[in-house]
Design a binder for this molecule. Structure first.
Ligand SMILES: Nc1ncnc2c1ncn2[C@@H]1O[C@H](COP(=O)(O)OP(=O)(O)OP(=O)(O)O)[C@@H](O)[C@H]1O
Ligand SMILES: [Mg+2]
Length: 1050
């Protein structure tokens, strides 16, 4: 079938990449000497993607010039607002002729891309309307290429000159800022010390770079040029601010129109799905997205969405689901003026989203707040002016919703978006997600829910649970071809064939007998068909296997592979050495020169980020990875190889298989994709079932995850007063996924019995109590939560150890050793890592002996006598019984304690003979658990008041585990230790330094930092600074507010 204009999209990405180095096509560009030079070079069409130019993915707002630069655009925008919905639809759906013909022409280039079940895109495509006079025209692209030609010193200077002057100044006292009027690039007053680059010396306020540079001392020619440019720039000041005003006027006008449109629940009256057309510009500039896919348009204009009904939508991997969700989010924030919660499956994905959406927030005037790991405020700060987008992991999303219900603010949440909705069926996280959604459904009629996934099967159940409509389409912009390999034969997966496969080809390879032995599965033959020109992922069943595969491949790869992007690979090795304080994993050291690496949870966060970045840029072309890279990740992969149909020792599930192969052929990155599953003869029949079977069903996990699921839910229902009688609790449970599936999932007991048993057990544990209310001689039995119960659900503490936690914290009060953080750390060491810990007794003893006398008493106090450790280390028999959980927990505490002291994962993992990934994981879990303990202690259990201050500090150290001075930099999403170190050494020492940094200067002063990353760092820092500043302003407002009930005043 035909497909949407992929070539257009690809080209637009290049266009977007070019635009990145473009100065605003506004006045300063017009007045600078540039146009002359531009004309002489005539660089249009020059490919922007060179190996060094690694900012080709997304453009950030840095040099975004917006639509306000052209007066006629206001008229256009208004003209594009038709009076009738039908007209609006037409307006949004019609492409200008010029674009259309380009589209048609390019379709021929992409015959292979697929769309099943849809009409021919070229015939019916309804894309985003692109006005013929859109600002980013050819002349600007010409200008871009000219900028590329300039010497870096001049580029740096032009970059400074062309920073737009900021709009409204939110730092100006407590003045209210109407979101509809707020500037897209708010100024933030910075009182901190000046930035390191010379151009920052005289900076007093704002992100704008109206700076005096002292670099001008260098040459007189430069001086001359600079003076001339400064004059030009000054001359434009009025014009720039006019442009700014115009921009704001258009934005505010469009938001008003959009609000009215959505308020009257009509379809798509605003210029861009009810949104300001600036959103469309941003999508083009930041994402390289020119047109929406037909399905995206259809989905966004669904009747049910206009009626604010809940929606589940499902499309194959890489179908472009995120964009629809993001547009819905923006509608809610900007048009409906409501907060939004976006729930994503992993911390790393949350951080990436925060980092990706911050620039939208800055441009469009909303806040992006991170809720992951130990980050997030409960309840969130109530903002007066701006709306918030909370981006959360499943766990933090649940805590956030609890806190909103408790403070009666759940109605402020207009929309909840759940990505990877199939996670509902996955263990305790699935149970937590189910509780979160069920509570929202039950407590807020005005909050609507949108869930998406590529791998759903029993949608009916989910629809019933979420009371949602369903939209699906079998559309994938880049065709994915599925193959399996048995011996040396490749078969294509073909659902129509009798056994699921048809013969495709014989593998073409010439193996020596040695190689045959080393690589019986022909991995080298399979990867060398694509690398180094294209990228390839190999999913392996275990971590060890990843490393082995990477090593084996490199052992036999041709030496020529070493010369491909050699310098960048050397840089990567240098980077990794820096991260490891001089050490680098020997496997990576051997494989990276060939462009190969492994990727699994055994890497530290910093290593993982460096490797992912290098792979995205094509410096690495082959990653041997575990399923950690399987869900929701947008990495390039022409070919995905599944080393075996197993994850650890379990046979692959269909969902896992689909997610893994779905990494191949991502839109906008690759224009083809294929997967090859390596199958042994013995597994052939299982694999036949795998490829032909439907996706697995998604079942409620409230029962299997009893203490984290069902019990936790019952407790919080009473705690939040959502349900306070057994009947009410039962009624609530009927509205869960478990309620929908009860007959399937609980054969022995009815739901009513389960509720009764659950409540009784909570009463037994002292978490709930029974209250008898006497009223009119009738008595009514209600349930109430105890303080301990309340603390437990507030801290999201697993009920299987909440009593133990209470006891240990209580005992700590009797004699907390505060000589160092050791004792406190013990109390914050996560229980759920204890059972998998097996101490090395010699190391245990050595670490114990290094403690001070006071610290050694901690061991005794928590029930681990020195004699026990000594006997264990010397292999003697032990008569006295000692609680092994405390022993293991203290060992983990020793690891954390050493980590906090040395702040070096590498040396600590060597010291304890553990993998650095394990140590990293322990550290992340401890930071997260410590924040749970803080919430446990914080409000309900007054006796634990002292822990509040202590834990707050400890959490900071656990979250970042770096030298204190790096912490402010690492608060910025996506800045990890290695980067923070570089920035700090270059003089960027505070959040304000980063928020006010010039991305171009960053690129020049920070090694291995792409322009895209620099822009993302600056926008995330701006967002964080804005968020913090706003929070303080809220506080000031609150403080100065005159109470209405002052005694003596009427
Ligand atoms: N209309 C569009 N034009 C061009 N590119 C697009 C468009 N919509 C989405 N994309 C790009 O397609 C790629 C895949 O999109 P996305 O991540 O939303 O996929 P997905 O449906 O969420 O897949 P998965 O289920 O694997 O997470 C992204 O790089 C995105 O920028
Ligand atoms: Mg996705």
């Amino acid at each position: 079938m035909a497909e949407p204009p992929l070539a257009v999209r690809r080209r637009s990405r290049l266009g977007a990449a070019r635009k990145r180095s473009r100065p605003p096509a506004g006045p300063s560009a017009a007045c600078s000497p540039l146009p002359v030079k531009r004309a002489s070079v005539g660089g249009e069409g020059t490919p922007a993607q060179s190996p060094q130019c690694d900012d080709s993915e997304e453009d950030m707002f840095g040099d975004y010039s917006g639509f306000g630069e052209d007066d006629s655009l206001l008229a256009q925008a208004l003209a594009a607002e038709p009076a009738h919905p039908q007209d609006a639809e037409a307006a949004a759906g019609v492409e200008p002729e010029s674009l259309r013909s380009g589209t048609d022409q390019r379709e021929h280039e992409n015959d292979s891309a697929s769309e099943t079940g849809g009409t021919r895109a070229g015939d019916t495509e309804r894309g985003v309307q692109t006005p013929a006079s859109d600002p980013p025209g050819a002349s600007e692209e010409l200008a871009d290429s000219l900028f590329d030609e300039l010497p870096s010193s001049q580029l740096l200077y032009f970059a400074e000159m062309r920073q737009p002057s900021a709009g409204s100044d939110i730092s100006a006292g407590t003045e209210k800022v109407d979101v509809s009027k707020s500037s897209s690039s708010d100024k933030i007053r910075s009182t901190s010390s000046p930035c390191p680059g010379s151009e920052h010396k005289n900076r007093s306020t704002g992100f704008s770079s109206d700076l005096k540079s002292d670099s001008c001392k260098n040459t007189s020619l430069k001086d001359h040029l600079k003076n001339a440019l400064t004059e030009n720039a000054k001359a434009q000041t009025v014009k720039v601010s006019k442009t700014k005003q115009l921009k704001e006027a258009i934005l505010s006008e469009e938001i008003c129109v959009a609000r009215k449109a959505i308020g009257s629940s009509s379809v798509d009256i605003g210029p861009f799905y009810g949104l300001p057309s600036k959103v469309k510009d941003l999508l083009r500039q930041l994402r390289g997205i020119e047109t929406l896919y037909e399905w995206q348009h259809d989905c966004l204009t669904l009747e049910c969405l206009q009626q604010r009904k809940n929606l589940i939508y499902s499309l194959p991997t890489s179908g472009g689901k995120t964009l629809v969700a993001e547009i819905l989010i923006l509608q809610e924030l900007l048009c409906m003026q409501k907060d939004v919660l976006m729930i994503l499956p992993y911390v790393a994905i949350v951080q990436e989203k925060v980092w990706g959406l911050s620039s939208f927030g800055i441009e469009l005037g909303f806040l992006v707040e991170e809720y992951a790991g130990s980050k997030g405020r409960f309840p969130p700060i109530k903002r007066r002016c701006k709306k918030s987008l909370y981006i959360a992991t499943i766990e933090k999303g649940h805590m956030l919703v609890n806190s909103l219900i408790e403070t009666d603010q759940i109605g402020d949440l207009g929309l909840v978006v759940v990505d990877e909705l199939h996670m509902l069926g996955e263990g305790s996280r699935g149970a937590t997600l189910e509780m979160t959604l069920a509570k929202i459904l039950y407590t807020s009629k005005s909050t609507h829910i949108v869930g998406m996934s590529a791998t759903l099967n029993n949608v009916g159940d989910l629809q019933k649970f979420l009371r949602a409509e369903y939209y699906t389409k079998n559309f994938r912009p880049v065709e994915l071809k599925e193959y399996i390999k048995i011996r040396d034969t490749i078969y294509e997966v073909d659902s129509k064939a009798e056994n699921g496969f048809t013969f495709s080809r014989l593998l073409n390879f010439k193996y020596s007998s040695n190689l045959k032995k080393a690589d019986p599965d022909h991995i080298i033959a399979l990867v060398t068909e694509v690398i180094p020109k294209y990228s390839c992922l190999i999913f392996c069943p275990t971590k060890k296997n990843c490393e082995n595969v990477a090593s084996m491949v490199c052992k036999y790869l041709n030496k020529e592979f070493r010369s491909h992007r050699e310098k960048e690979k050397q840089d990567l090795i240098k980077d990794l050495k820096n991260i490891g304080n001089g050490s680098i994993c020997p496997v990576l050291k051997q494989t990276i020169p060939f462009g190969v690496a492994y990727h699994h949870s055994g890497l530290t966060n910093d290593e993982r980020k460096s490797i992912e970045e290098a792979y995205s840029r094509g410096v690495l072309c082959l990653l041997a990875c575990t399923a950690t890279l399987a869900a929701g990740v947008n990495l390039p992969a022409r070919r995905v190889i599944l080393r075996a149909p197993y994850v650890a020792s379990d046979f692959l599930k269909k969902n896992q298989y689909q997610q893994m192969i779905g990494r191949a052929g991502r839109a906008g990155i690759d224009n083809a994709g294929e997967s090859i599953l390596i199958v042994q003869e013995k597994d052939k029949h299982l694999v036949q079932d795998l490829v032909t079977s439907p996706l697995e069903n998604c079942y409620s996990n409230l029962l299997p995850e009893f203490t984290k699921g069902m019990q936790n839910l019952l407790l919080s229902l009473v705690g939040l007063k959502i349900a306070v009688t057994q009947e009410e609790v039962y009624d609530f449970l009927c509205h869960t996924l478990l309620g929908v599936q009860q007959q399937l999932l609980s054969k022995e007991k009815s739901l009513a019995e389960l509720v009764k048993d659950g409540l009784e057990s909570l009463i037994e544990k002292g978490l709930l109590r029974v209250k008898i209310m006497e009223k009119d001689q009738n008595s009514k039995i209600t349930l109430a939560i105890t303080q301990l119960g309340k603390a437990a659900y507030k801290g999201s503490i697993d009920l299987s150890y909440c009593n133990l936690l209470y006891k240990e914290l209580k005992k700590g009060l009797e004699g907390l050793v505060l000589e160092s953080s050791l004792h406190l750390l013990y109390l914050a060491t996560p229980y759920d890592m204890v059972s998998n810990c097996s101490p090395d007794w010699m190391i245990y003893l050595r670490q114990f002996n290094q403690l001070s006398a006071a610290e050694q008493t901690v061991a005794d106090m928590v029930g681990v006598p020195e004699s026990f450790i000594a006997k264990k280390a010397s292999g003697q028999a032990i008569r006295k019984s000692v609680d092994s959980a405390s022993v293991n927990r203290l060992y983990l505490t020793f690891i954390l304690y050493t980590l906090l002291k040395e702040t070096n994962i590498w040396s600590v993992s060597e010291k304890f003979n553990l993998s650095r990934g394990y140590v990293q994981n322990l550290l992340n879990s401890a930071a997260s658990f410590a924040s749970c303990v803080l919430h446990f202690c914080e409000q309900e259990l007054e006796e634990f008041w002292v822990y509040k201050a202590l834990l707050t500090e400890l959490i900071k150290h656990l979250t970042y585990c770096v030298k204190t001075e790096l912490i402010p930099l690492m608060e910025v999403a996506g800045v990890l230790e290695a980067r923070a170190n570089q920035l700090y050494n270059a003089g960027y020492k505070t959040l304000a330094h980063l928020a006010n940094a010039n991305p171009e200067t960053l690129v020049k002063t920070i090694e291995h930092l792409s322009r895209r990353q620099a822009k993302q760092i600056v926008s995330s820092a701006k967002m964080l600074l804005t968020e913090k500043a706003e929070a303080l302003q809220e506080e000031v407002e609150l403080l100065l507010k005159v109470p209405t009930d002052i005694p003596g005043t009427s």
